[in-house]
Design a protein around this ligand. Sequence first.
Ligand code: CA
Ligand code: CA
Length: 127
Amino acid sequence: MAIYRKEIGLWAIRGYSRFYYGGAADYPQPGDYDGDGLDDPAIFRPSSGLWAVRGVTRSYYGRDGDLPVARDYNGDGTCEIAIFRHSSGLWIDLGSDHTMSLTASWLHEKYSLTMALDAFFGPKKRV
Ligand SMILES: [Ca+2]
Ligand SMILES: [Ca+2]
């Protein structure tokens, strides 16, 4: 069992660890970003588009107003950085300058965002 206390950036994993990562303006986006089978603590900071994955990577994708929706979109066992932008849809960073997108109007027409993601990529794996 794990908790994230957003206002102070505290991550606490019962019986395992507690540490500080991120802060009040950040969105928690834990997932397995390096493919080792364990979820990694990660945050998205809308003000700068920063994605920081503790001990794995830092990169920039998205901007203020975007909703972070990281998950394993291509089924390779590692989590992809992705954002949902209301004006243009879902954008997934697949690395090596390869980006995938689904339009907002299509998503809204057919499903809620969560339903659309689950319909296309399967429910998000929870550890
Ligand atoms: Ca991992
Ligand atoms: Ca993946």
